[in-house]
Structures are given as C-alpha cells and as structure tokens.
Design a protein around this ligand. Structure first.
Ligand code: DGY
Length: 340
C-alpha cells in the first residue's frame, strides 16, 4: 500500500502509517513550503492521501489522485479540501474531531485574557527595561470576571459546537453571562443552562468578548467585517481561533486602529501566514501563529487519529471520522474501489 503525505505528521501517527504501507512525504522539512508540483506528481499511484491544513486538496489534485481510497486530513477543520469534488469522485474524507477541543478552548481563553489585560505589551515593557515605578494607570485593562464594578461580563460565542461549548464551560468559572449564536442548534443552546441564544446583532451589541468557533464555509466567510465592528462595544474584544477568512482582516485592523472595538486575539489569519497591513503594529492585538491545538499530547492524538483514518481508508473500511460518509453508498465510490 502506498501512503502519500503532503507533510510530516508527528511520529506517533507516522509510525502507524509506516506499519501500514510505504510512506512518501512530499516535503519532509518541517517548516518548508511544499511545492504544489511535488504533490500533484507524488499523489499518482498512491492508495491514500494524508493532508495538512496548509495544502489545498482541490478538484485538480483529487482528479490527479485516481488511485486513492481516501483523504485523511490532519486537522479538525477541512476547508482546505473540496469535499464536494471528493464526494463526486467517490473519495471519503476524514478529519480529527474531538481530540483538540479543550486545547483549542484553552488557547482561545489565553488570547481572551491576554487581550483583556494587555499581557503582550506589558511583557515587552518589562523586557525593554522600561518599568521604573508602579503606577495606578500602568497597563489598564478590562475585567473578565465581575471585577471592580461587580457586573458579570458578557461572552458572545459564535458557533456552539464542541469548542464553543468548551469556551462556555470556562466562562462559567468567570461568572460571565453567555450568549451564543448558532442557528442550526438553537434548541440545544436554549436547553443548556447558563447560555442564551442570541441573534448576531444582539450578540454583537451586548458582548464584552466575542469568540469565534464556527467553521469556514461560504456563509461564514467575512461573517465579521466593518458593519459588525460598527455595532460592537468600543471596549469589546474579538477572539478568533477558528479560521482567518471568517474575519475581514483589513476591516478589523481599521476597527482596532480607530477604537471602534477595543482589542483582538488572533490565532488565524485571512491570508495565513501573511497578516493584513498594519496588524503587527497594533498593541491592542495579540497575534499567534495558529497554535490553538499545539500541545504535545493533542498533536500526538491528532496524528494517531489521522493515521487510524488513513488505515481505514486503505482497508476499505468505513473510516471513523468521515465528513462525507454518504460517499460509501455511492456508485462513484464503488467504481473507484472495485468490488468489495
Ligand atoms: C484544526 O485542527 O483545524 C486546527 O486549525 C489545527 O489543529
């Protein structure tokens, strides 16, 4: 069996792939950009494609991959994959859900706290040796818990799936009032004690912190732009650990620069790894290189899960984390894999 990976996954999963077949990695150097040509050429003759979120698995690539039995993505998000084209071509696609929920929510919370309390500029101030004397106005931030005015702060969660719900649980420890927007699961939200369903406008108007936990698709692209920032509180803080293009980043820079909103904590960017002009100069933005799931244990678990999915593809079994499971009953799949 031939396994083709666009880039290396952690050893815990890689060794499972090596036990299952011959593994070729298009670009084995950890931080090197993979040449698209290497992927298009390397996938020919492969039985399974292991992809990372950095590589587009688009129609062109899927059509070139005439022999693959499935795609195993090393990420929970799969916006890098044209799932419709995969389904049409009879290719099951898998992701790595569940294992990174808490790790990602932890980082979203870290961004929230860091942005609220000016942690990054305060740290820089210390390193630059600028701390001369304590003062009442040094790095004044905003409270996350009740704080000085005794009022609960409001957290608006956009996308109340696994990670959104993990944010909600963290917010309870800070005595926050929680609003959530996620129309398809409105009933689940209303049935959950301690969280209230709110339409986007109300959520934006009332929230002190807004955290994005929805996936990226046509309906969420630029869900946040100038009109949304215009209705948010001028002290509000926006957190994004989901996908960059959900936010119009140029509009966000403008909103942060002009004080339309108070702060932002970003782990993802619209044209990653590039940032919108002006973003890096802003002290009210905390910016991280897409590390929300980056704990050793979680990345290892993502790797074993990705490998389990890849092995299921190879064995022509229904993979445990298939995002287009209907494909297994399609003629396109049967034509691709032959008689079972
Ligand atoms: C994902 O899994 O989608 C994250 O963005 C990276 O872990």
């Amino acid at each position: 069996m031939k396994i083709f990976a666009t880039r290396k996954i952690p050893a815990a999963g890689l060794s499972m792939l090596e036990e299952a077949g011959d593994v070729t990695i298009a670009e084995p150097v950890e931080d090197a950009i993979v040449a698209r040509k290497k992927i298009l050429t390397g996938v020919k003759g492969a039985d399974v494609l292991v992809s990372l979120l950095t590589e587009a698995v688009d129609r062109e690539l899927l059509e070139a991959a005439t022999t693959i039995r499935g795609v195993a993505n090393y990420a929970v998000g799969f916006n890098n994959i044209d799932v419709d084209a995969a389904t049409e071509l009879g290719i099951p696609v898998t992701n790595t859900p569940g294992v990174l929920t808490d790790t990602t929510a932890d980082l979203a919370w870290t961004l929230l706290m860091a942005a609220a309390r000016n942690i990054v500029p305060a740290d820089r101030y210390m390193r630059e040796g600028r701390y001369k004397i304590w003062g009442p106005s040094l790095f004044l931030g905003t409270d996350v818990s009740r704080g000085g005015d005794g009022q609960s702060k409001v957290l608006g969660i956009v996308g109340f799936g696994r990670i959104g719900q993990a944010m909600f649980r963290r917010a309870q420890g800070f005595d926050m009032r929680v609003l959530a927007f996620d129309p398809p699961i409105r009933d689940l939200i209303n049935d959950t004690d301690g969280v209230e369903y709110a339409e986007m406008d109300r959520l934006l108007e009332e929230s002190d912190f807004v955290s994005i936990h929805t996936d990226l698709n046509d309906s969420t692209h630029h869900l946040f732009g100038a009109p949304e920032f215009a209705v948010m509180k001028t002290t509000a803080c926006l957190i994004n650990t989901a996908r960059g293009p959900i936010v119009d980043e140029a509009a966000l820079v403008e909103a942060l620069r002009t004080g339309q909103i108070g702060a932002a904590g970003l782990d993802v960017f619209e044209n990653e790894p590039a940032m919108a002009p002006g973003l890096r100069e802003l002290d009210n933005a905390v910016i991280l290189p897409h590390i929300a799931s980056a704990s050793t244990d979680t990345r290892n678990r993502m790797a074993t899960m990705c490998a389990e999915n890849a092995v299921a593809h190879l064995k022509l079994e229904r993979a445990p984390n298939c995002v287009n499971a209907a494909v297994y009953d399609s003629t396109a799949y049967r034509e691709r894999v032959g008689p079972l």
